[in-house]
Ligand binder design. Structure first.
Ligand code: NAP
Length: 259
């Protein structure tokens, strides 16, 4: 299926590796030019070069922290009015709520709630004028089904989810959609970090934790980031203009509810 977005431009945050990179790659595969953002320049440049080489699209790179105002300004400099915005940053560290200070909470809110909202604020008006815009926030399955050690993540991301639920309904008439992707366990560096903490907490072997987590998922495996990338590209497609305000769980069926 062709997605009808060839020639559009996407700002993809947190895209030098993992889920953000997969979104960048899937969009590029459909002819979308990119601004890719991550803090570490070396990995970012490598990822951008691979995507240019594979898909022949224009790729700008911005080595910046998307959680800071300066980083967001830099991210928008190469292309200030993107058609597509994918918000993403690292998740807050796992831990225990008694250890979390007010500053830990503020950092989580900055990264996983306020930075996406600021990026939306900076880009949505030109999307409305153009009568085309696709915004996808990478959040987490923990918004729907909490995990005890990821409370900073589920807390901050729930704030973003609540906010965009309202905004999504205000902008859909202008062919601007806002949806959230809720990843369960995907095989990325982030997943390995979480598994390490889990293993440490239970004095278990890391490999054993990973094997148990794979076996505990109805799919018997972790997600492949490309599966999330292609889902993101579909939500950004011309055909997806009637889908908005949704929270799409990609978790191999781990969430146990019927709805
Ligand atoms: P990852 O493999 O660690 O990749 C994160 C990407 O974001 C990297 O390119 C990283 O590059 C960049 N990044 C992180 N913080 C940034 C910042 N402040 N400014 C700009 N770029 C930043 O992580 P992932 O697994 O893809 O996870 C992506 C998001 O999905 C995270 O929020 C994570 O919590 C969430 N999630 C992941 C899973 C999973 O199973 N993988 C499950 C649920 C939720 P630099 O470090 O160089 O900046």
């Amino acid at each position: 299926m062709r997605l009808g977005i060839e020639g559009r431009h996407a700002l993809v945050c947190g895209s030098s590796k993992g889920l953000g990179r997969a979104c960048a790659e899937s969009l590029a595969a459909d002819g979308v030019s990119l601004t890719m953002v991550a803090r570490g320049r070396e990995t970012l440049e490598l990822a951008a070069e691979e995507i240019r080489h594979s898909y022949g699209v224009t790729v700008h790179t911005v080595a910046a922290d998307i959680v800071t105002p300066e980083g967001r300004k830099a991210a928008l400099a190469p292309h200030p009015a993107p058609d597509i915005l994918v918000t993403n940053a690292g998740g807050p560290p796992p831990g225990h709520f008694r250890d979390w200070s007010r500053n830990d909470w503020l950092s989580a809110l900055d990264a996983n709630m306020l930075a996406p909202i600021e990026l939306i604020r900076s880009t949505i008006d030109t999307m409305l004028e153009r009568r085309f815009g696709r915004i996808v926030n990478i959040t987490s399955a923990t918004v729907k089904a909490p995990v005890d050690i990821l409370g900073l993540s589920s807390g901050a991301r729930s704030g973003l989810t609540g906010f965009v639920a309202g905004l999504a309904r205000q902008v859909i008439a202008h062919n601007v959609t806002i949806n959230n992707l809720l990843p369960g366990p995907f095989e990325t560096a982030r997943l390995m970090d979480t598994a390490r903490q889990w293993a440490h907490d239970r004095s278990m072997d890391e490999e054993e934790v990973l094997a148990r987590r794979r076996a505990a998922n109805p799919a018997g495996r972790f997600g492949d980031p490309r599966e999330l990338g292609d889902t993101c590209a579909f939500l950004c497609s011309a055909q997806a203009g009637f889908i908005t305000g949704q929270n799409l769980l990609l978790d191999g069926g781990a969430y146990p509810g019927t709805f």
